[in-house]
Design a protein around this ligand. Structure first.
Ligand SMILES: C[S@@+](CC[C@H](N)C(=O)[O-])C[C@H]1O[C@@H](n2cnc3c(N)ncnc32)[C@H](O)[C@@H]1O
Length: 155
């Protein structure tokens, strides 16, 4: 077992899950602030050079989990690990945000999809070396095709 502690909390415009856009083709461009606890702020040195960040956070308003999920982007059921369902055995969220600016321990970002006050565990620079032509998007690509949608750009 591991003991994890938040390095900060997210200020988000979303107070209820129903306010967060869901489903095929949605764009997450809401702005928020990653408020890093003062004691961890020295760890932000040099972060300004990165345009995008991974944020690892906790689905702290959830209890329990399911091993299957029916995502809003599809009318079919999938294994939880083939989805981004909040109801997972370890309630960890992963979001790519765009870093807009830094104000001391506060990172102003866009692309938040978490509720106001959500605790986060880590921040890492977003880097991807996966060539586009090798990426496969599984059931999501099939769901998009059924709706007559092309593949959106990856985030
Ligand atoms: C589909 S999950 C995806 C989150 C992240 N991008 C990921 O892939 O892990 C996003 C949903 O989680 C739920 N959610 C957001 N913040 C939460 C929190 N703090 N606790 C529980 N559920 C939350 C909301 O319903 C939101 O629409």
């Amino acid at each position: 077992m591991f003991t994890l502690r938040p390095i900060g909390f997210i200020e988000s415009p979303y107070k209820n899950s129903s306010e967060i856009p869901k489903g095929l083709g949605v764009k997450h461009d809401a702005r928020g602030i990653l408020k890093v606890e003062t004691e961890f702020a020295p760890g932000l040195a040099d972060i300004e050079g990165f345009s995008h960040l991974f944020v690892i956070w906790i689905f702290d308003r959830n209890t329990g989990f399911d091993l299957t999920a029916s995502p809003p982007s599809d009318n079919r059921t999938h294994g939880v690990f083939a989805t981004r369902s909040p109801r997972r055995p370890n309630p960890l969220g992963l979001t790519v945000v765009q870093l807009l600016s830094r104000e001391g321990p506060n990172l102003h970002v866009s692309g938040v999809d978490m509720l106001d006050g959500t605790p986060f565990l880590d921040i890492k620079p977003y880097l991807s070396s996966v060539p586009m032509e090798t990426l496969r998007r599984g059931w999501l690509a099939e769901a998009e095709a059924r709706k007559g949608m092309g593949a959106p750009p990856f985030d």
